[in-house]
Design a protein around this ligand. Structure first.
Ligand code: GLU
Length: 418
């Protein structure tokens, strides 16, 4: 395989591609290609055996022209400064394409969370929350879950922040458990927008997602919910994978039963309802109608893109296709619905959670799902409009045209300080 793409360079290339279609000055584009600031910190945390360990952690605040910085915190051994910078930029353009009043941010700790106990993870999270405290707040920067983080981490961040600030401010972080101020539908939101984006994409092609065969790479929160909701739409989920491997059944897998099997055994492999198993990467090049990459960045590079057989790719993960892969797929007429729209359900329902926190008034799941559908369908229509009216080469560039225009406009309306 060719050398792994640097996600920050990928982000900058995506912005450059779109800027050719925009009436925005190079000086403003230059601003929109870099984070406003990046916090890099070293956490010193006591482990269960009494020894100390140092953890590197980051928070990138990419752009705040449209509102407070917003985005998740991931725990992964491959977290790096450049990865967090890229992810924070993708958040800024994600919030812009779906039209919610936020900027973009992202954080991460360099850690393999499987190696630590729950108590250790709590101390590590609280230590990071203490470092973040001066930079976050419901009007400043609002963290959320991302890879390997979820409700427990968000509840600890909220508690640490509120304790240090001597206040109650549940909107300082989203993705919390319901009793800690979370929103109905938040856990499912990323998978739900992936399903909605797939439905709209097939509709755009004059096809019905109910007739589609589907392969899903990654069976974490986003991947499994997307698979489950696509199955509910009538689609046939023929293959799914996780870091241990891929499973396949031509007539379709029972997505809920696969989830139960993964909960019991730790992985999707050895699922008795599958007819065959293969290495995870092989799933990406299966002859299916719809491919959903729902794992990490760079799943499909230029070389692999040549072997893609799917007609439609809907990106549940952030940055799963390299820019070179995009060029190949555009050339071969594969319709790619970009991450900044397809997985925007997570941050959109985070926005609903934050609105509910501020109003101290909570919605039922039906209302959350209805409002989410409206946001995603409107954003998809804006993207198609930009695609058809600007003669851009693919949906990703169309999405950036819409998003960059909105961020640049907010910046120009505010003017330069000082
Ligand atoms: N981590 C998610 C994302 O990449 C959600 C972010 C949020 O809810 O703020 O979009």
């Amino acid at each position: 395989m060719s050398e792994e793409a640097n996600p920050f360079e990928s982000l900058q290339e995506q912005i450059d591609d779109a800027s050719a279609y925009l009436d925005v000055g190079d000086d403003v584009i230059e601003r929109l290609k870099h984070p406003e600031r990046v916090l890099e910190t070293n956490l010193t945390v006591e482990l269960d055996d009494g020894s100390l360990e140092r953890f590197r952690a980051f928070r990138s605040q990419f752009n705040g022209d449209r509102g407070p910085y917003k985005g998740g915190i991931r725990y992964h051994p491959n977290v790096s400064r450049d990865e967090v910078k890229a992810l924070s930029g993708w958040m800024a353009y994600k919030t812009a394409i779906v039209g919610i009043p936020y900027g973009g941010g992202k954080g991460g700790i360099v850690i393999d969370p499987k190696e630590y106990s729950e108590k250790e993870l709590e101390r590590i999270t609280r230590s990071f929350a203490k470092e973040l405290r001066p930079f976050i707040g419901e009007d400043r920067d609002i963290p959320a879950p991302d890879v390997n983080t979820g409700q427990p981490e968000m509840n600890w961040i909220k508690d640490t922040y509120e304790t240090l600030e001597n206040t109650t401010e549940p909107g300082v972080v989203t993705g919390k458990a319901i009793e800690s101020g979370g929103s109905a539908g938040r856990v499912e939101a990323t998978g739900r927008s992936t399903m909605l984006a797939a439905r709209e994409a097939f509709d755009y092609l004059g096809r019905d997602v109910a007739d589609a065969t589907v392969a899903v790479q990654g069976y974490g929160n986003a991947g499994w919910i997307a698979a489950n909701l696509l199955e509910e739409q009538g689609a046939t989920v023929v293959a799914v994978s996780d870091s241990s491997g891929a499973i396949h059944h031509e007539d379709g897998l029972d997505t809920q039963a696969v989830r139960d099997h993964k909960d019991e055994t730790g992985s999707v492999v050895d699922f008795e309802g599958a007819t065959d198993e293969f290495a995870g990467e092989e799933l990406l090049t299966l002859d299916v109608d719809l491919l959903v990459p729902a794992a990490l960045e760079n799943a499909v590079d230029e070389e692999r893109a040549h072997d893609i057989e799917a007609d439609v790719i809907v990106e549940a993960a952030n940055g799963p296709l390299t820019p070179d892969a995009d060029d190949v797929l555009t050339e071969s007429d594969v319709l790619v619905v970009p991450d900044i729209l397809a997985n925007a359900g997570g941050v959109t329902v985070s926005y609903f959670e934050w609105v509910q926190n501020r109003q101290r008034f909570y919605w039922d799941e039906e209302r959350v799902n209805d409002e989410l559908e409206t946001v995603i369908v409107n954003a998809f229509d804006d993207l198609v409009d930009a695609y058809e009216n600007n003669d851009v080469s693919n949906f990703r560039t169309a999405a950036y045209v819409v998003a960059i225009r909105r961020v640049a406009q907010a910046f120009e309306e505010g003017g330069v300080f000082p």
